[in-house]
Ligand binder design. Sequence first.
Ligand code: KG4
Ligand code: ZN
Length: 337
Amino acid sequence: MQSVLGIETSCDETGVAIYRSGAGIIADLVYTQADHAAYGGVVPELASRDHVRKLPGMLREVLDRANMVASDLDGVAYTAGPGLAGALLVGAATAVAFAAALGKPAIAVHHMEGHLLSPLLDGEDQLDFPFVALLVSGGHTMLVEVLGVGEYRLLGDTLDDAAGEAFDKTARLLGLGFPGGSEVAALAAHGNDQRYDFPRPMVNRPGLDFSFSGLKTHTRLLVGKVGPADYADVAAGFERAVVETLVIKCRRALKQTRHKRLVIAGGVSANRRLRQALDSALPGQVYYPPLHLCTDNGAMIAHAGWHRRGEGRTDGRIAVKPRWPLDQLRSPSSGER
Ligand code: KG4
Ligand code: ZN
C-alpha cells in the first residue's frame, strides 16, 4: 500500500494528511478550533459540529496539495479512540464512507499510537526499537515500553489528572487562555522557579505511576495567597515541578527496562523546559517528534495507519472506541462502541 490518508478528530483539532511509502508525509493540514476558549475547556458538541463543517473542505485541499485525486489513495486511516465519542464518530464515519466509495480499506488507529510513533516521522531510520515512550497529552500521562509497532506494554499511568490537564488547570487559575500549556510555559519563562516550593508528586514512591492532582491543589492554594505580580513565579515553579517529576520517572523507566532510547510525544512534549531537562538528564537518548507534530494532527494518524495497513477493513463498519487502553490494541470494531 503506497498512500494512506489520515483523519484525526478525537478532540478539538481537525487534522488530515497523506503519508506515502518512501516519501513520508506529503500533505498535512490542521485546523484548531477556537470556540472552546470562551468556555475554558473543550465543549464536545461544538467540537463535533466543527469537525463536520471543516472536514469535507480539508479533504479536498489535502488531495490538491498532494497533487492527487481520491482514487490514488490506497487506504483511509482514522482515529478510532480514545477521545470524545461524537468527535470520533465524525472522523470515523467520514473515513469509512470515503474508503467505501473508493473501494479501499478503512484503518482504525489508536490516537496514542499515533503520538507514540510520531518521532519516527522525522526519519524512519534514525530511531530503532525497542524504546520507552513518555506520552504526555491533555488526556494521558503514560510510560510505555515499545518493542515494535503494536507491541506495547504499559509501565506507568496517571492515577488522576494528566500532565496537560494540570497545565490547563493552572492556566485557568492564572487567568490565562485555553489550552493553557503553552501559555503557562510562556509566562514561566519570565518567572523565578525557585521562589515557591512545589511538591514533586509520587517521586518518593516506587513505581512508574503519576499523580498530578495534589500539585493542582497546591497551586490553587498558592494562587489564593499571592497576587498577579507573582503569577510568573508560580507558573515557573509549577512547570519545574511537573518537568522534574516526569524526568525522574523517565530515568527510572529506562533503568528498569534497560532500554537506551526514550521517545516523548503528545502535546506536552512541545514544552521546551521538558525537552531541555530530558536532554541534559539523558544525553543522546531522547527522541521527539518535530514541534508541529507534538499536538494533535492528521500526519501521525496517516503514518500509524500506514504501519497498520494490513488491518484495514472493507466491511463498512464504523469502529469507535472512546475509551481504548493502548495495551489492548485489537481491532476496536469487535469491542464496545
Ligand atoms: O496531544 P494533545 O494536542 O491533545 C490530546 O491528545 O490531549 O495535547 C494537548 C495538551 C494540552 O493540555 C496543552 O495544554 C498541552 O498539551 N501543551 C503543552 C504545551 N503545548 C501544548 N503543555 C506544556 N507546554 C507546552 N508548550
Ligand atoms: Zn493527542
